[in-house]
Design a binder for this molecule. Structure first.
Ligand code: PNS
Length: 166
């Protein structure tokens, strides 16, 4: 626990863009921890170039977390464990939707644990109504003019429609 006794977690991700599933995990983490730092990776190494800039992705999240007083959003371009340390976080919180997420998360967990055994990774099962929801799925829907309500915040839906209109 940091010297000031606060329990701090980071919720890292690409958030390209944030979905209601991500926001659900962030809100649940905010109930469990004194402070949550949402880390928006500037350039995910294992994925294609992002559709939105890190600042825009962070802005989408900031616009939605108004009521969560203990959550802040920060872009980062370092190792996740260094970002966590920089913020005094002892936990990394991520959502897990299905078995298909497990292998990737397990590998990340092992690498992070090797570098920083003092930081615990915690996985929250996604809420059932978001268990199918992904940023890439949402982008695909947007490309074909699909309905994005109930999947992303309205402002994000608008930007997706602008950016990817069919
Ligand atoms: O939403 P995502 O794409 O699953 O999030 C990926 C993220 C941000 C957790 C991952 O890309 C990350 O941690 N990036 C920072 C570099 C790092 O520390 N990688 C893990 C160990 S090599």
């Amino acid at each position: 626990m940091p010297a000031d006794g606060l329990r701090i977690a980071v919720c890292p991700g690409s958030y390209d863009p944030v979905t209601l599933g991500h926001l659900d995990i962030i809100a649940r983490a905010a109930e469990l921890f004194d402070r949550v730092v949402v880390g928006v990776v500037k350039q995910p190494v294992r994925k294609q170039a992002t559709l939105f800039s890190a600042e825009e992705r962070a802005g989408f999240i900031r616009a939605e977390i108004g009521k969560l007083r203990n959550v802040q959003v920060k872009p980062f371009d370092t190792l996740l464990v260094d970002f966590a340390r920089e913020h005094g976080a002892k936990a990394i919180v991520k959502g897990l939707r299905a078995i298909s997420d497990f292998e990737y998360e397990f590998e990340m967990n092992q690498l992070n644990r090797k570098m920083a055994p003092d930081i615990e990774s915690i996985y929250m099962m996604s809420s059932p109504h978001f268990s199918f929801l992904s940023s890439s799925g949402v982008k695909e829907l947007a490309m074909f003019g699909g309905d994005l309500s109930d999947l992303v915040p309205p402002a994000v839906a608008l930007r997706l429609q602008e950016a990817l209109k069919p």
